[in-house]
Write a protein that binds this ligand. Structure first.
Ligand code: PHE
Length: 450
């Protein structure tokens, strides 16, 4: 079975990589990675994280790419075409649900970044010490509605880009935002390295202190690797259906993975030295980025400019990921439910913003609502990152390693035999056995069975 390119996709290989790297590089790298590494022992976490990225993230990513480009479909359509009439369709639906849920809490933190652009523009951190900045953050996130307004603003931006479609929306904006993001994160980390006490931060990030790494830390590393690479929830499937037929999928995956890991490490280098230099607790949790960087910036010459730049870039990182999340339900509504793109975008955006407001308010009016000892936001993040994404990853492995005709994978990975593929047997072995078993063990730990 050989499908021809049936619909317009990305115009260029650079556009495809920018969009995919745009999806991968996001709040996960800049906001989440430093605090998760911070709470899980720094260097040891980094090693385990890199191991999972290469050993499990890469094979699963490549499988998702192959499925999506082969089927030329959205996350549900892929299974309708490749496994007609089976319960694999439910998996398609599950991915759409995961993407929707992730965007609902992703929008919360993205909204915070917009507020922080505003605070930086109005020079609100001037002369404040670390404690004041802590108070600014806590007052803001616990405000009864401000954060919801910013979240809605962010969702409107996301919807506006998605309405533009694959080439005029996703590709165009990723090509502008990604290179800028890269430049600034490099500048920021160089800048952090010049702070006094920076070495302690580097040591924390790069020196593997295995005694600090618990089983929970290992679970967090896998969850983080999946989250950061955007695997396991239909995003890569959907975007891959837009990748031109003659581009090499292994090549694109490697580039995306390299960029993603590099940005996570750079973010660690931009943030952790500053954390140590200003004696902020590296375990500050989701607020870490919003506490450290404003503290650093207002001690620098022209700090307000750095601050504005940083939060604009954080917004870019968030936007290029948010559009990839929103594209999953939108492509589904357009292709499966035959809605027009604007209507589908409007519907998906409104539903996600509505669900998302509960996440946002869980730091304020809803702060006493707890699920399993976590607030709504934390519970939603935990459910997505530590359960739904690994589950999605296992199902991708089982589907492509066991169910699917291997020639489909081979033809996609090798572009119908044109590219030389040396490790195909090893690849299938990892996909069939190693990756699903590793993920399963970790998943069982997440739900408390082992
Ligand atoms: N990978 C993105 C990040 O690191 C987040 C994301 C997760 C985007 C899942 C799409 C899908 O921030």
């Amino acid at each position: 079975m050989h499908h021809q390119q049936t619909r317009p996709g990305f115009k260029s290989k650079f556009g495809a990589i920018a969009a995919l790297a745009g999806s991968a590089v996001g709040l996960g790298n800049i906001w989440k990675f430093p605090y998760i590494a911070g709470t899980n022992g720094g260097g040891a976490f980094l090693l385990v994280y890199i191991f999972f990225t290469i050993a499990i993230g890469f094979p699963v990513m490549l499988a998702e790419f192959s499925l999506g480009r082969h089927s030329q479909q959205n996350a549900l359509g892929t299974f309708r075409v490749l496994a007609p009439g089976t319960s694999w369709l439910l998996f398609g639906l599950l991915s759409i649900l995961s993407a929707t849920l992730i965007l609902s809490f992703y929008g919360t933190v993205s909204g915070w970044t917009l507020e922080y652009i505003w605070l930086s523009l109005t020079n609100s951190f001037k002369g404040q010490n670390a404690e004041d900045i802590n108070t600014i953050f806590n007052n803001f996130i616990s405000h009864p509605y401000k954060a919801v307004l910013w979240q809605s603003g962010f969702m409107i931006l996301t919807g506006a880009i998605i309405m533009g479609g694959v080439q005029k929306g996703i590709e165009r904006y990723s090509k502008i935002m990604m290179p800028l993001l890269f430049l600034i994160i490099i500048a920021l980390s160089i800048n952090s390295l010049t702070l006094s006490g920076a070495a302690a931060g580097l040591k924390f990030l790069f020196r593997p202190a295995f005694t600090c790494l618990t089983a929970d830390g290992v679970l967090a590393a896998l969850g983080q690797a999946f989250f950061s690479l955007s695997v396991g929830m239909g995003i890569l499937l959907t975007y891959a259906s837009y990748i031109p037929r003659n581009d090499s999928l292994p090549h694109i995956s490697l580039k995306v993975i390299l960029t993603d890991t590099l940005v996570a490490i750079l973010a660690g280098m931009a943030i952790l030295p500053a954390v140590f230099s200003f004696q902020i607790n590296p375990q500050a949790g989701p607020g870490l980025v919003f506490l450290t960087l404003p503290t650093v910036f207002q001690n620098l010459p022209a700090g307000e400019i750095w601050a504005v730049l940083f939060f604009i870039l954080l917004t870019f990182a968030a936007l290029t990921s948010a559009i990839s999340l929103l594209e999953v339900p939108v492509a589904y509504l357009v292709e499966e439910k035959k809605m027009k793109r604007p209507a589908a975008t409007l519907l998906a955006t409104s539903v996600i913003t509505f669900i998302g407001s509960f996440n946002t308010l869980s730091f304020g009016p809803l702060r006493n609502v707890h699920i399993g000892g976590m607030n709504v936001f934390e519970a939603c993040d935990y459910l997505c990152s530590n359960i739904l994404l690994p589950l999605g990853g296992i199902l991708i492995c089982i589907f492509s390693g066991w169910y699917l005709d291997k020639s489909i994978l081979f033809n996609e990975i090798s572009n119908n035999g044109i590219l030389k593929i040396r490790f195909f047997k090893l690849y299938i072995f990892i996909l069939k056995y190693i990756a699903p078993v590793c993920i399963l063990l970790i998943l069982l730990h997440a739900v408390g069975v082992i």
